[in-house]
Design a protein around this ligand. Structure first.
Ligand code: ADP
Ligand code: MG
Length: 463
């Protein structure tokens, strides 16, 4: 520890620079990420040093850091910005380096950092804030919402119920709402696929598969979130397949969410996909203007009630935010939190210009989107090898995704047409122009295309 630094509640920082209350921020993590992610990961992050525009956070291991960076960094940054607007970067320092790089030591580390203190049951918690009564209905989620409610009335009629949609559109919220609704009269198991994997690895290590199987197979309602996470993990899929079958055999209701339809799931066994597609599939689309406005108003109302204070956001500002925020509801809420924090601190009614300033970096994207990233995500989305997507072959299943990737590269990066052409296997810039025109036209005329493009965009923005 450096001289003249204080250590208090895991916080290391020089006195004069300290403005953040880390404990308070951690409490907000708990709310935003939920107990599960919080206790497994975020709680273990300490504040090492605070600068005006960035933070150094301490993490126990390299694996831990990579995990946090790949999954939660954007959201963490967004959250701490709510406490200090000038922050634009987070760096990590490994406080207890753990040497060794093989698979086993990774599992060791995983075990170490997420050590389960209590029983498995502890991780089956539902978040009481994500219920049906605060899920706002709109055109984009109407069907998903109504079948989620129907499932609660008629167990096993729609089995499995499969809810799909891009990130931040309300899947976890709906799953959680179903769980809350059913938990009193049923044995409800609610788990993310990621958590399922964690228990699986842990049980193998402890040689305790019998308990694992029993535990998951005894539920009468099994809710599993983000099933796309099973991608490429063969032994985990094997286990999931058997769990799924045995639950179906005994008539348990299964509810699954994913970021895409079953058939578009990538690196997931065919037999699992066809099981998943065997019930009812409902999807959630990106929110339209009205839904966004309604969500903003409801949030303001809730905050006003909770904190007994007036939130100063004009109708005009609300419309502005709803219009500008094009990706998803999670982002919408993040933006709203920032505006509210700002209006509180400065105690003023925000003008559109204030909003523009505050949100400048949000709308121009803090995240750097590169042509590489676009190519990877598009080829992944369409489940085709990258090399084929970039190749000279002209068949439609390759050419369309290729054109979409070019279109997005033009729209989402600052690269010039010739530069983009070069990145696509040395194509001419006229080819890129043609692609941009074609996809622009199709995305206006064809709903499916529009939807796919929106989904790819939100995956890109959520990276
Ligand atoms: P997903 O699981 O699809 O990535 P979430 O369910 O985590 O998305 O939703 C992201 C955030 O948006 C959550 O805070 C959730 O409560 C909120 N949200 C999503 N849809 C709605 C809705 N229709 N009404 C109210 N809040 C919503
Ligand atoms: Mg989710």
């Amino acid at each position: 520890m450096e001289k003249n630094n204080i250590k208090k509640n895991n916080v290391y920082i020089s006195e004069e620079e300290k403005t953040l209350d880390w404990l308070e921020i951690q409490q907000s993590f708990k709310k935003v990420f939920g107990n599960e992610v919080y206790t497994s990961w975020l709680q273990k992050i300490s504040l090492v040093k605070e600068y005006n525009d960035y933070l150094i956070l301490g993490v126990p291991t390299r694996f831990f850091r990579d995990w946090i960076v790949s999954r939660y960094l954007d959201k963490i940054l967004e959250q701490v910005k709510g406490f200090k607007l000038s922050l634009n970067r987070i760096e990590f320092k490994i406080i207890e380096e753990n040497k060794g790089n093989n698979e086993l030591s990774k599992i060791e580390e995983l075990n170490k950092v997420t050590e389960i203190k209590d029983s498995l049951l502890n991780y089956n918690r539902l978040n009481s804030n994500l219920n049906f009564s605060n899920f706002i209905q709109g055109k984009s989620n109407d069907i998903a919402l109504s079948y989620s409610k129907k499932v609660c009335e008629h167990l096993s009629r729609y089995n499995p119920l499969y809810i799909c949609g891009g990130v931040g559109l309300g899947k976890t919220h709906l799953l959680n709402a179903i769980g809350l609704e059913l938990q009193h009269e049923n044995n409800v198991m609610f788990i993310s696929a990621e958590r399922f994997m964690y228990h699986f690895i842990k049980s193998i290590k402890k040689n305790d598969m019998v308990n694992f199987k029993d535990f998951f197979r005894k539920s009468s309602v099994f809710i599993i979130d983000d099933i796309q996470f099973l991608r490429g993990k063969e032994s985990l899929q094997e286990e999931f397949f058997h769990t799924f079958n045995s639950l179906m055999d005994k008539g348990s209701q299964i509810i699954v969410s994913a970021d895409r339809t079953p058939m578009k799931l990538d690196k997931i066994q065919e037999r699992i996909k066809s099981r998943l597609a065997g019930g009812l599939i409902v999807d959630i689309d990106v929110p339209d203007f009205d839904l966004k406005v309604n969500i903003i108003k409801k949030m303001i109302q809730e905050i006003e009630i909770q904190f007994k204070e007036k939130i100063n956001l004009s109708e005009e500002t609300i419309n502005y935010v709803a219009n500008e925020c094009k990706t998803n509801i999670r982002e919408l809420i993040g933006i709203l939190n920032r505006l509210i924090a700002f209006s509180r601190v400065h105690n003023k009614v925000l003008t559109i210009n204030d909003c523009k300033n505050i949100l400048k970096d949000v709308f121009t994207q803090i995240r750097v989107i590169t042509v590489d990233k676009i190519q990877n995500i598009v080829s992944n989305y369409y489940n085709i090898p990258l090399a084929e997507m970039l190749s000279q072959r002209r068949s439609r299943p390759l050419a369309r995704p290729r054109q979409i990737a070019m279109y997005l590269a033009k729209k989402m990066t600052t690269r010039s047409l010739p530069e983009i052409g070069r990145r696509f296997n040395n194509r001419d810039h006229t080819t890129v122009i043609h692609a941009v025109k074609t996809i622009s036209r199709l995305s206006e005329q064809d709903d499916e295309m529009k939807k796919n493009i929106n989904q790819i965009k939100s995956i890109l923005l959520d990276q």
